[in-house]
Ligand binder design. Structure first.
Ligand SMILES: *Cc1c(COP(=O)(O)O)cnc(C)c1O
Length: 437
């Protein structure tokens, strides 16, 4: 079989007698069939027949097609970024391996050093704190609002010291944090605001897209978020005008790999941060991820609407129960993404707290999301000398709501029957609790 040429190879060298493609391997038709079998699983005679037909076509296609010139950081990544910029009304948003990588770049820009204080909300996922913790920053835990479960700006104000260098509001479950008072505090004390917008792509606060309000905002496209780029991915946005032209260099070793590199020896340089230069490592994404993100951004509004409809329907089923507080649907100023459906129970009226409720619901086969708990309880913090009970004493609302009141449910892509089953189970659980059975 004649060896095919990759159209032009990866470093834009144009047509050559000995191709640059000689440095690496591409994917062939057989590999693609493996990928199709992975993405579209099945068994049985009908499946085998359908797969066989595809296989025949893929091999026929292979005879006339050439592989892509590049697999990493090229036009598809750039298109995904342009779509993000259009959707979010940003400039220079940068597609990264994941959301946590975005946190790392924002922290490096800020010039965080050991001993600097970083304020995080008491309720979030471990990823929010991982990078600052890894470089020896002191995490300070802000208590949460009892209804939204988001960082309470009033407690942030109480916990700012002259060592505070960063605040990380998390739009938990896609419900917008009250950003204005946080921005005001940050401005007054020269603190960098990094929005953890992992759940928040498409949500809005006072007509601004979440993740585009603070100095930085990082989104996640991990497979369990509202949209994904083939399982992993993140977008970092920034409002720091002097950093924006540098952001893509911060993704790949100080070099903007989306542009033609003339001289490697001279184009790998440090990045200018807020307090001095820093070294960029590598968070590059693939063209396949770029394509995956484009496809899903295009349907994000539809996805958000479906989620909102599901939340509104559950609310309509549950609102009549006096022991339940349902998910807030927002208003003109507050547009949640409905990443998670938050439900609170009133322990006094229900005759029991959320622990009992969660057990009953679990027994009925209704999934709940368990990994958004008090951040200061994560075991890793003990290794770094944090005293969880001492911190808990500074976050009384978090303790009350987490242990006694709230739980999160997944709500996307469920049928009406499944939503009804959820609602029925929730109502039955509360009824059983009230009757003490
Ligand atoms: C998923 C998640 C992250 C991390 O996102 P990755 O893309 O996996 O790095 C950060 N914060 C919160 C609140 C998350 O749920």
């Amino acid at each position: 079989m004649e060896k095919k040429k990759a159209s032009d190879f990866r470093y834009n060298t144009g047509e050559t007698k000995v191709p640059w493609a000689a440095v690496g391997e591409n994917y062939n038709a057989e590999d693609l069939m493996t990928i199709i079998r992975f993405m579209m699983k099945g068994k049985g005679a009908d499946y085998d027949k359908a797969i066989e037909a595809v296989e025949k076509d893929i091999y026929a296609l292979d005879k006339v097609a050439v592989p892509p010139a590049k697999l990493s950081l090229d036009v598809e990544v750039a298109k995904a970024e342009n779509m993000c910029d259009e959707y979010l009304h940003t400039k220079g948003s940068t597609f990264l391996t994941n959301c946590t990588a975005g946190f790392e770049i924002a922290c490096k820009y800020t010039g965080l050093k050991p001993g600097d204080e970083v304020i995080v909300p008491a309720i979030t996922f471990a990823a929010t704190m991982a990078y600052p913790l890894s470089i020896g920053c002191k995490l300070v835990f802000a208590d949460v609002d009892p209804i939204t479960l988001n960082m309470d700006p009033k407690d942030v104000a109480r916990k700012i010291t002259d060592k505070t260098k960063m605040i990380i509001p998390v739009h938990i479950g896609g419900y917008p944090v009250d950003m204005d008072p946080i921005l005001e505090l940050a401005k007054k004390h020269d603190i960098v605001v990094l929005e953890d917008a992992a759940h928040a792509f498409g949500g809005e606060y006072k007509h601004r897209k979440l993740g585009t309000i603070g100095d930085f905002g990082s989104f996640s496209f991990h497979e369990v978020k509202n949209i994904t780029s083939f399982g992993e991915g993140g977008i970092l946005c920034s409002n720091v005008t002097e950093f924006l032209p540098e952001m893509r260099r911060a993704r790949f070793l100080g070099t903007d790999f989306t542009k033609h590199i003339k001289d490697w020896l001279y184009e790998v340089t440090s990045i200018q941060g807020k307090r001095g230069p820093f070294v960029a490592t590598n968070f590059s994404t693939t063209e396949i991820q770029g394509l995956g993100l484009q496809l899903q951004i295009a349907r994000n509004d539809q996805i958000m609407k479906a989620r909102r409809d599901a939340a509104a329907y559950l609310n309509s089923r549950l609102e009549g129960c006096n022991a339940l507080r349902v998910q807030d649907l927002g208003n003109d100023d507050i547009v949640p993404t409905f990443h998670l459906y938050q439900l609170q129970i009133d322990p006094e009226k229900a005759g029991g707290d959320v622990q009992l409720f969660k057990k009953k619901i679990g027994d009925k086969g209704v999934t709940q999301i368990a990994h958004f708990g008090p951040l200061y309880r994560f075991a890793i913090l003990k290794d770094y000398g944090y005293d969880e009970d001492a911190i808990a004493a500074t976050c009384p609302v978090c303790e009350e709501v987490f242990y006694r009141r709230f739980t999160h449910f997944p709500i996307y892509g469920l049928t009406k029957e499944q939503l009804d089953y959820m609602a029925d189970s929730i109502l039955e659980a509360v009824d059983e609790m009230k009757r003490g059975v």
